[in-house]
Design a protein around this ligand. Structure first.
Ligand code: AMP
Length: 144
């Protein structure tokens, strides 16, 4: 299965982004209200500046306490973001996530951000693929 199939099945949700200058507290509020685990940091909503996940916020609170909530989100984001393309296979994306120990990956085309998939999206897609394979195999066996 391709990344493009996952994005299509997610519909037109778009990617939740925020500019680099917002505070860590505001980023946490967005994660909470949008019920998501990671936020793409982008100055224009189209290009990728970094990513901040709930783990970054929890780690910083653990290190420095609530003082970090007033800092700007770009001070705690991951700037070197691993990305994938629409034409990538989901198995390869899962491998990237496993190797890098992260659960979110932006989908880019050139310099443009076009989507974001989570490990949950990939697992869901893989499970439905396995269910289809199982049905096809059962159909073949019953057909004999
Ligand atoms: P996550 O598992 O997605 O909550 O992220 C765990 C850590 O990896 C956090 O420090 C994130 O900022 C970072 N991270 C998340 N997604 C990516 C990505 N696609 N590329 C690089 N780092 C990432």
């Amino acid at each position: 299965m391709l990344v493009s199939h996952i994005l299509k099945s997610k519909g037109s949700e778009g990617v939740v982004t925020t500019p680099p200058g917002v505070s860590v507290a505001q980023a946490a509020e967005i994660l909470s209200s949008r019920k998501i685990g990671a936020l793409v940091i982008s100055k224009d909503g189209k290009t990728l500046g970094g990513i901040v996940s709930e783990r970054d916020i929890v780690r910083e609170i653990g290190r420095r306490g609530s003082a970090c909530l007033n800092d700007t989100v770009d001070s705690i984001m991951t700037a070197r973001v691993v990305t994938c393309a629409l034409t990538d296979q989901t198995d390869a994306v899962l491998q990237k996530m496993t190797d890098g120990r992260f659960r979110h990956i932006p989908v880019v085309e050139g310099t443009q951000l076009i989507g974001l998939i989570s490990i949950g999206d990939v697992v869901k897609a893989r499970l439905s693929e396995l269910a289809m394979e199982k049905d096809a195999l059962e159909g073949m066996i019953k057909g004999f």
